[in-house]
Unconditional design. Structure first.
Length: 338
């Protein structure tokens, strides 16, 4: 920045932030050469004996502060995060789309809380009797079956399906493959809010919408989410027993796992300050009690599938796209919908 521009900024700051008291002229500053600034033998701190990377420092701090807490305390924390709803029916605006004889599709916008409108699509079978409902957290990941195709398939099996997008969800192609929606999450934290918890609340407002429908059996709501969005669904299911069964696909299996490596993807969209000091994702599963969780192809924080064995389930080819002509994939979905 040219000197004249820098001094104009100083003048503005002195006027408005320092009551006009001060000299806006820039003072001389000694500039050091690269060799004068080098304070290690090689120029790299990590070559020094005893040096540690930043993630190792964070992990050490975490281990010293970690204090496991109980499931009842976890449920109280979900309440504090305002994930549960009051069960009231949200305000809905609906618009029908062109439909076929077997399936009716309806675009709906519903209010999660004042000022927050959620976009969703209802897939309705032709029969009129009360039916089980399935909630899908929208995902259109390339090389994987989109939730819209899953929704159509499930609706043709006789389920009322709602495909919804929680507030400010990550953009699929944001040219920032590791950090995710870091800016929105950071700004929320700065004003005392937690976007992962608010998105879990949005999911439960979608459950409110389904439960209020006359064609839905409110005691039989299932839900599906993929990737980091599965963590929002897991928090919602732990907070609300109306979600009877959960299917998570390619979802990271542990929050604490993110501290084991120097890089992570999507962590901003899952982190709640202080949460991992006391609980992990398996605690959310425990909080669901006897309700089943179908967890397929669990991943690490670089979106790679990790072989862990039971209770996780795997496709024939790890990370392969969901293909419902495949007998094992059909078994997964049948297990969810039974």
């Amino acid at each position: 920045m040219p000197l004249v521009s820098r001094e104009a900024i100083y003048r503005w700051m002195i006027r408005w932030l320092k009551n006009g008291q001060g000299d806006f002229h820039e003072q001389p500053v000694k500039l050091y050469t690269n060799s004068e600034l080098q304070v290690t033998a090689s120029g790299n701190v990590e070559d020094e004996p005893g040096s540690r990377k930043l993630y190792q420092l964070l992990r050490g701090d975490f281990q010293s502060r970690k204090r496991q807490r109980t499931i009842p305390e976890l449920l109280a924390e979900l309440q504090r995060l305002k994930i549960p709803t009051d069960g009231s029916t949200p305000k809905v605006q609906a618009m029908n789309e062109p439909n076929g004889s077997e399936l009716r599709r309806q675009r709906v916008d519903f209010v999660s809380e004042p000022g927050i409108e959620i976009n969703a699509t209802l897939y309705l079978p032709s029969s009129s009797e009360r039916k089980p409902a399935v909630l899908l957290v929208r995902d259109n990941t390339r090389l994987m079956t989109s939730t819209s195709l899953l929704a159509e398939w499930m609706a043709r099996q006789g389920r009322v399906v709602l495909e919804m997008e929680p507030r400010d969800s990550p953009i699929e192609d944001d040219h920032g493959p590791f950090v995710g929606n870091w800016l929105a999450n950071s700004r929320a934290n700065q004003i005392g809010l937690d976007l992962p918890a608010l998105r879990a609340h949005d999911i439960l407002r979608a459950v409110d919408l389904l439960a209020a429908r006359p064609d839905v059996d409110g005691s039989s709501v299932r839900a599906f989410a993929r990737g980091v969005k599965g963590i929002w669904l897991l928090m919602a299911a732990a907070a609300d027993p109306r979600i009877g069964k959960v299917w998570l696909d390619r979802t990271p299996y542990s929050l604490r796992l993110a501290l084991e490596n120097s890089m992570s993807a999507d962590l901003f969209d899952a982190a709640i300050p202080g949460f991992a000091l006391h609980w992990d994702l398996d605690d959310l599963v425990k909080a669901m009690g006897a309700r089943p969780v179908l967890w397929t192809d669990p991943s690490n924080w670089m979106r790679r599938v990790v072989v862990l064995g039971p209770p996780f389930r795997y496709r024939y080819v790890l990370g392969d796209a969901t293909d419902f002509s495949d007998a094992q994939d059909r078994e997964f979905v049948d297990d969810l919908l039974r």
